[in-house]
Ligand binder design. Sequence first.
Ligand code: SF4
Length: 353
Amino acid sequence: MKISKEILKWYDSNKRDLPWRITKNPYKIWISEIILQQTRMEQGIYYYNRFISKFPNLESLATAEEKDVLIIWQGLGYYSRARNLYYTAKHIFHELNSKFPESYEELIKLKGIGDYTASAIVSICFEKKYPVLDGNVFRIISRIFEIKNPIDLNNSRKVFKKKASELMPNTRYGDYNQGLMDFGSMICKPKKPLCSSCLVSNKCSAFKNELVTFLPVKTTKNKIKILYFDYLVVNNANHMLIEKITDGIWKNLYQFPVKMSSSKKNRSEVVKFFLKKYNLDSLSLRIINSKPIEHKLSHILIKSTFWFTKEKLQIKNGLFTTILEDYPMSKLMHKFSEKYHGKYIFSEVKMVN
Ligand code: SF4
């Protein structure tokens, strides 16, 4: 039996019961695919249900406030995904007369939609023959065909894409793509794959040649960069000073004013920075956490120190609020709030799960 037929047969008896599998609505499939990037399945299900109950259709997302979209996304990370969803929903609503594109070529032009998402949408919703290429598919193909090209190199992509296209069946493209992804996360897993119960083991070159643990190949791991964030905690009679972030991965979220550096700063350097930033004559700071609160992003480790000032600062055009939970904030801000709520801040930065 062909590999694709085996995968479809396996999918029919083992497919996961997931909330987006009951629909072929391209809006909902798009949301699910974007949420699932860089997200564990369990967390993805929670956020999908949360997102869809707030924004059940394209119109509701396109006509929302960006702040409300980011609030729903809080805690999920990689916020550019939420900003792009919002941007693209508006674009489809206003420029495409709310008609969700049905072709790969049209979809790939949209902000935040790449080869993977476009292929997933057209195969699942419109039964078009486009292979998806995610981490699961790279791993399965590299093992079955013993392909040793490093999967994290751009020029390997062509090789895998070609193989993935050749493997596709002539029917049920959406089911096949989803089957391959389920098979990758349940059977051909990154660590300890279940080769003894794998229905394609007789066709798997890595299994035959005992190379499973060596595949797929990756180039050397990226180095983790360390950044130091020094936050200024200003509490003027329970009015907290916050700022809107204007660029970077947390763009359009809010946080306490911060000094970001690639090396650790001492108190006088932090004071000097904020004196200049706010054009102040004096500023006395007390350290809140001598042990940095750490937050890991994909290739960055943030070590953050929070500094408290008792002074009632007069900040021109400063955004002071008594209700922090009205503003979308990063997980790092939530971590601080969880630890120090009640002592330095009295309005909560709410965790969403
Ligand atoms: S035999 Fe093992 S390595 Fe090969 S496809 Fe099956 S689970 Fe993956």
